[in-house]
Ligand binder design. Structure first.
Ligand SMILES: Cc1cc2nc3c(=O)[nH]c(=O)nc-3n(C[C@H](O)[C@H](O)[C@H](O)COP(=O)(O)OP(=O)(O)OC[C@H]3O[C@@H](n4cnc5c(N)ncnc54)[C@H](O)[C@@H]3O)c2cc1C
Length: 375
């Protein structure tokens, strides 16, 4: 039976980063990914915002974590970061949880750029209480995915089992014994420690190992993609509440479109993502092992028109957007985050002998939190 120091389950950015980090420290790693390719879920389908703190005026912890890692993330992924666009944050005149003085105080505390602008020709100041020029970048999820896939595939200490799932797991002394199924083939292997980096499938993997669940909410989420000749290479995020955002999706030339009110379709408050669109005859998507929503024939009908109509109010009449297409995926959040809208990255050791770590991801540039645990 082959022995690995670590088995990392989940090939999104967090699983990939953890596997490479551990391999760099001399460990042998097996990376087990359910889909045929890495980076097909939340690490691909997101707004591509390289968070700098602005987005979380009610969660200082998330804002500070984003701010802490942004420079290193930018420096280490420079070829995949769009750092040269104008980025604005704005506060809606009606129904915001944050007001201008609170936002300015918050930015001052974090020492992040925040310059109030008036009379910008692209924006509709009848609906916007305040507009700020800020400094926030956008990473390119497609290029990032290619980069991490190439690094993982060429790393001699990391073996990848794609299209694979763990069927059975049990403790055997100080190691885990795992039965891994790839197609019809089942291989048994041993791992000194397991890292669960499966995001929407977190509780399913915890339960397979007989470990406790996290209190999560799961939402089928849509990111629309638009272009605009007038808005071009600019970003606007209106907060803090049921508003929205349009900003560059990395270096693709497209703008990602999302809205707190319409991005989310079905919501599941079960431990695992249970949705009506999952049908017994489709084994590629179950509550235990969710599939790729964009590729699913039962994906929701797009809300992009509603999102655009909502966002259009914040722009002057001359600004027009053209809708291109949408991606869908499951967004999972800690239930406790409804209080402050925080998105911490939490890594907890749920079993010591043998070791099992549950890595539940917050913001993408918080991959470095991994290093605080596996020193
Ligand atoms: C709509 C949306 C917008 C977002 N916007 C931003 C943003 O602008 N900026 C930002 O920083 N963050 C954003 N996020 C958050 C960020 O995308 C996620 O926190 C991050 O991508 C999670 O990475 P991950 O590697 O943990 O999960 P994922 O990328 O989802 O990877 C988990 C992997 O585990 C695999 N898996 C699942 N079950 C199993 C199994 N049983 N066996 C083997 N493998 C399995 C999956 O197939 C998947 O490849 C957003 C998230 C969403 C959904």
């Amino acid at each position: 039976m082959r022995h690995y120091d670590y088995a990392v389950i989940g090939g999104g950015i967090f699983g990939c980063y953890a596997a490479l980090f551990l391999a760099g420290r001399g460990a042998s790693v097996i990376l087990i990914e359910k889909e045929q390719f890495l980076f097909r879920k939340a690490s691909l389908v997101n707004q591509a915002r390289l968070h700098s703190g602005y987005h979380y005026p009610r969660s200082l912890a998330t804002a500070a974590m984003s701010d802490e890692h942004k420079e290193r993330f930018t420096a280490e992924h420079r070829a995949f970061v769009h750092a040269s666009f104008e980025k604005y944050y704005a506060i809606d005149k009606y129904g915001s949880f944050t007001d201008p003085s609170q936002f300015e105080r918050f930015c001052e505390y974090l020492k992040i750029r925040c310059e109030r602008t008036t009379g910008h020709p692209l924006f509709n100041y009848d609906r916007l209480e305040a507009v700020y020029r800020t400094e926030e970048h956008s990473f390119d999820p497609v290029l990032l995915g290619n980069y991490y896939t190439e690094r993982i595939m060429s790393c001699p200490s990391v073996q990848v089992f794609a299209g694979s799932q763990i069927e059975d797991a049990c403790a055997s002394g100080m190691s885990w014994q795992l039965s891994v199924k790839t197609g019809e083939e089942v291989r048994v292997l041993e791992a000194g420690a397991v890292i669960n980096a499966t995001y929407a499938a977190t509780n399913s993997i915890n339960s397979l190992f007989g470990l406790p669940s996290l209190a999560l909410t799961h939402e089928i989420s849509e990111i629309g993609f638009v272009t605009s000749r007038q808005f071009g290479n600019t970003g606007l995020t209106v907060m803090d509440g049921p508003f929205g955002s349009i900003m560059p999706y990395g270096l693709s030339g497209l703008l990602s479109l999302s809205s707190v009110a319409y991005t989310h379709h079905a919501i599941s408050t079960n431990e695992m993502p249970v949705f009506e669109c999952q049908v017994p005859e489709d084994k590629t998507c179950t509550p235990q092992a969710p599939g790729i929503c964009t590729a699913c024939p039962r994906r929701p009908v797009s809300n992009a028109r509603k999102m655009l109509a909502q966002m259009q109010r914040y722009f002057s009449e001359s600004v027009q957007f053209e809708y291109m297409f949408s991606f869908f995926t499951i967004k999972s959040k800690l239930q406790a985050s409804y209080i402050d809208d925080g998105r911490p990255t939490e890594i907890s050791m749920l079993s010591e002998k043998p070791r099992f770590y549950c890595l539940f991801a917050g913001k993408i540039n918080s991959i470095y939190e991994v290093e605080k645990i596996f020193r």
